[in-house]
Design a protein around this ligand. Structure first.
Ligand SMILES: [Zn+2]
Ligand SMILES: [Zn+2]
Length: 109
């Protein structure tokens, strides 16, 4: 049996290539954008990514700090509906849109 990985709402975020970041950034200890040290209450999980790392298929666990992730998330909130069939159909039923808006609200606090 294989489990299909469902792409989360943050999957379309543009991240640095895994080959361009440090080991600490690969495991989510440092912000994937600014390389700042992360703590539980300031870190935002960006969902595990599957990428080829130095030619080896691998998984990494990018995380970002709140100040780095706010703008990309706000941008996703704006651009998501144009890329989503569910939103074209009935945006109130789109879980991705709900998740993005909830995250944006949370980050702005
Ligand atoms: Zn950062
Ligand atoms: Zn949608």
């Amino acid at each position: 049996m294989s489990t299909v990985m469902q792409a989360g709402p943050l999957a379309p975020l543009d991240l640095p290539a895994p080959t361009d970041v440090t080991a600490a950034q690969l495991r989510g200890a440092h912000c994937v954008w600014c390389a700042g040290e992360l703590h539980g209450d300031t870190a935002v999980d960006l969902e595990p990514r599957h990428d080829s790392i130095n030619g080896v298929p691998g998984r990494w666990y990018p995380r970002g700090c709140r100040s780095c992730i706010l703008q990309p998330v706000l941008l996703l909130v704006r651009t998501h509906p144009g890329t989503c069939e569910q939103c074209t159909d009935d945006a109130t039923l789109c879980e991705t849109r709900h998740a993005l808006r909830a995250l944006a609200l949370e980050l702005r606090r």
